[in-house]
Structures are given as C-alpha cells and as structure tokens.
Design a protein around this ligand. Structure first.
Ligand SMILES: Cc1cc2nc3c(=O)[nH]c(=O)nc-3n(C[C@H](O)[C@H](O)[C@H](O)COP(=O)(O)O)c2cc1C
Length: 334
C-alpha cells in the first residue's frame, strides 16, 4: 500500500488544470464573472486565494471611485485579480477604463460592445484581455481583434447577455471557430457542470450566479435571500429594469433576473414603463430600501444550485474535488 505521501505524489497536482490555467498560474480553472455590485474586491480576493482568478465587476452603475475602492480591497490580499467593465459604461466614463488600466490587472474584460480600441491599450501595458461572446461569428471578430481569451456565454447565464445560444452548443461553435483559449459561461455552478465544460474543451469556467451569494460577495441581504430561495425556473429575461433605470443597454442584451413583483408586472410592457414616472421612481426607492418585491437580482438558470451562504473557498473546493472525481471516473473515449 502506498503511503499518503506517495499517493499524493503520483496524482497530478492540479487534476483540472488546462494549458490556459497553467499559463495564468491558477490552481483551479475557474474565474468569477465580473458582477457589478456583487463581485467586489473581497470576492475577487477570495477566488484568487482559492486558486482561481478573481475578477472585480463594475456594472451599469460603475464609477471610477467605486472601482478604486474595490481594487484597494483586492490588493489587501496577495495574488492576481482581473477587472471586468461594460462597454457602454466605459464609453460614458473614460476614467473607468483609465483606472482599470492603471491597476494593471492580470486580466481586463470589457463586454457587450464592438468598440475594441481598449484591447491595444491593455496590451501596451502588458495586460491580457477577455470579452464575452455570444455566437461563433462574434468570437471570430474578437479573436481577430487580438483578444487573448474568449468567454462563450450561453443564454442560461445570469445578468446581461444575448439569448441566442445555450452554453454547450455555443462552446462547441466557438471552439471550432477560433484558436484562442475559451472559457465557458452560463449555468456552471456544480462539480458536474464544471466537469462537463472542461470535458467539452473549455480552458476554464467563468462563473457568476454560482458565486454571487458567497459570504464574500456584496449582494444585499434581500438579494441573497432571493437567490437562496429560487430554483432554476424562477428566472426571467427582461429589459424592464434597464428601461426603468434609464440604462442604455442595447436591446439585444437583455438581463436574466429573478422573477419578482416588478419584473412580472413590467416585462413585455416596457413602453408603458418608460412613460410611468411613478413606477420608475418606486423601483429606485425599492432598490434603496432593499425591497425584495422590487429589487432586481441578476441570476442564471443555475440559481437552484445556490442553497447556502458559504465561503468561496468551500464552494470551489467542493466543485473542483467533485469535478476531478467525475473526470477521473470516466474512461477516455466514453
Ligand atoms: C449578479 C450578476 C451580475 C453580473 N454583472 C455583470 C457585469 O457587471 N459585467 C459583466 O460583464 N457581466 C455581468 N454578469 C454576467 C456574467 O459576466 C456572466 O455572463 C454570467 O454570470 C454567467 O452565467 P452564470 O450567472 O450562470 O454563471 C453578471 C451576472 C450576475 C449573475
């Protein structure tokens, strides 16, 4: 019988490692999605400490000050982290991109736009780049623009995104279309789903919903409670929240959120909402009061897997151990 030490020695040190995760110096091929208002410096630091790549997310309401505050929080812990911005927000507030570049993140992602001059600005500073893609054609354009890693983001995913293709068909199509590393996103939040996308050829997983309720996230108490209570059938794709808050999201990027009173009442009635100042004011007041009937909570169809508030380290450890076991148990060719 081998001793415990010998057993460890004959196992690969990181059974889930991919060439991309190794090149990035990660122990775990998981990146947390940059979730505005949820993935701050503490979540990013916890993901990095657990062996993945932590990302600070700046969403529709981002400001350079908020980004600098979260960068300071992430820098309090050693290790690399990334920053994710939204295209139209970065275009409105150039100081946001400047602050992101100044922080020299390990990875800079800008998603939801076709303006790609940020890529060369990042590369000039030695910063690697990523963006979320929704079709094979989109992936080709992003790869041609020099983006280093693509995120194939399926329509199951939480928050904004195209609802064109589901994660696995999209991952297949993007892998066939480009040669750069591809992370899979949308509905990954368990050992089985992590194993599935790695087995399908992804260089890693980009996870939002599955980490959004972790102890280190910035999610509000009502948002956290709603996530824990929801199952995968409780999400809705809507533009109502963006209309109400005057966010100029392109119509082809609606958001997947948890169903609540506001979303149920206004999805499909966005024109009426645009004209209803009282309803829009009520939404702002509801958000400020953390009122679960109104509060928009971005979440994907994997939300049913989120059942407890746990530290990131425990969540990633369980997924990775489970995924390694599943992949090892499956003989090659089956
Ligand atoms: C709470 C939440 C907030 C999000 N905010 C952003 C954001 O600010 N910027 C961004 O690029 N993507 C954002 N996303 C989308 C993620 O980048 C990613 O596409 C999605 O989380 C993947 O699907 P999953 O939620 O099933 O893991 C958000 C997702 C969630 C769940």
């Amino acid at each position: 019988m081998p001793t415990a030490r010998e057993t460890t020695d004959i196992r690969p040190a990181d059974p889930l490692a991919t060439p991309w995760s190794r090149a990035f110096g990660l122990r775990v091929p998981v990146v947390n999605a940059p979730m505005g208002g949820v993935a701050g410096g503490a979540l990013a630091a916890a993901v990095t400490a657990a062996g993945g790549l932590g990302m600070i997310g700046m969403g529709s309401a981002a400001t350079p000050e908020a980004l600098r505050r979260e960068i300071d929080r992430a820098c309090a812990i050693t290790g690399p982290f990334g920053i994710g911005l939204v295209d139209w927000v970065a275009a409105r507030r150039p100081a946001l991109l400047a602050a992101a570049l100044d922080a020299r993140p390990a990875l800079l992602a800008v998603s939801f736009g076709d303006e790609l001059t940020w890529v060369s600005r990042a590369h000039e500073r030695g910063i690697r780049t990523a963006t979320q893609v929704f079709t094979a054609e989109h992936a080709r354009r992003a790869a041609d623009a020099g983006i280093d890693v693509l995120v194939a983001r399926g329509s199951e995913g939480g928050g904004h995104g195209a609802v064109t293709m589901a994660t696995l068909p999209l991952l297949d199509a993007v892998l066939a279309a480009v040669d750069v590393p591809v992370l899979a996103a949308g509905g990954i939040g368990s050992a089985a789903s992590l194993a599935a996308v790695l087995a399908a050829g992804a260089s890693g997983a980009w996870v939002g919903t599955g980490l959004a309720a972790c102890a280190e996230s910035l999610l509000s108490p009502s948002g956290r409670a709603a996530m824990l209570a929801a199952d995968g059938a409780d999400t809705v794709v809507t533009t109502a929240v963006d209309v109400a808050l005057d966010y100029p999201w392109p119509a082809h990027f609606p958001s997947r959120v948890l169903r609540n009173e506001f979303v149920t009442e206004w999805t499909g009635r966005e024109d009426a909402l645009r004209a209803d100042t009282a309803a829009r004011d009520a939404l702002r007041a509801g958000i400020a009061a953390d009122d679960p009937r109104l509060l928009p909570v971005d979440a994907g169809q994997g939300v049913g897997l989120v059942t407890a508030v746990e530290p990131v380290a425990d969540v990633l450890d369980a997924w990775c151990r489970g995924a390694a076991g599943l992949l090892a148990a499956r003989p090659a060719g089956h």
